[in-house]
Design a protein around this ligand. Structure first.
Ligand code: HEC
Length: 150
């Protein structure tokens, strides 16, 4: 009885891992950290207007919020508790980043990329209770960072 439960659990895990791997294959062997084409957006933010230039004041405010609310788990250029975010705006859409901050649970439940990240990092990112204005500033900071670290 216990044995078959364990077997079933392993089979489940193997199947989920396979789903992540095959998703990568379908998209020309890209890993979950490479640029993805825009896809359906889950979460409450359906459209973010980003300008062609970066708003320096907003980016500066976003840097402060990032350090307080995100820095415990995310670094810019190396994997930590969560993925490196220095170039996240190059691989994900603004809506994806905003929803990861504001509607973390919905993204974890629905977005295939995030589901694979949860497996890879073996935890669910907790919602940081950031308001929309601060989240938008964090996005601006991440765009600014990517722009200056090409
Ligand atoms: C307690 C740790 C923790 C904190 C704090 C945290 N995150 Fe995360 N974050 C994670 C983990 C772990 C993942 C990988 C997905 C998962 O496992 O839920 C992640 C994933 C992400 C992703 C997706 C990255 C990608 O490559 O697609 C973004 C964007 C993100 N976090 C932004 C933020 C921002 C912005 C903040 C601050 C407001 C923040 N996170 C705070 C742990 C954290």
């Amino acid at each position: 009885m216990t044995k078959s439960v364990i077997k079933a659990a392993f089979l489940c895990l193997a199947l989920t891992l396979a789903a992540c791997a095959s998703e990568q294959k379908e998209e020309n062997q890209e890993s979950i950290f490479e640029v993805k084409k825009p896809k359906a957006t889950y979460g409450k933010i359906q459209k973010v207007d980003v300008g062609p230039t970066i708003d320096a004041t907003m980016a500066k405010a976003g840097k402060e919020t990032f350090e307080i609310k995100c820095g415990a788990c995310h670094k810019y250029d190396e994997r930590y508790v969560g993925p490196a975010l220095g170039k996240v705006t190059e691989r994900r859409t603004p809506e994806y980043v905003m929803n990861m901050i504001l509607d973390t649970e919905t993204m974890i439940e629905n977005d295939d990329t995030v589901k694979c990240l949860v497996q890879e990092f073996m935890m669910r990112m907790p919602n940081q209770s950031v308001d929309e204005k601060d989240a938008r500033a964090v996005l601006e900071h991440l765009r600014d960072y990517a722009e200056h670290h090409k």
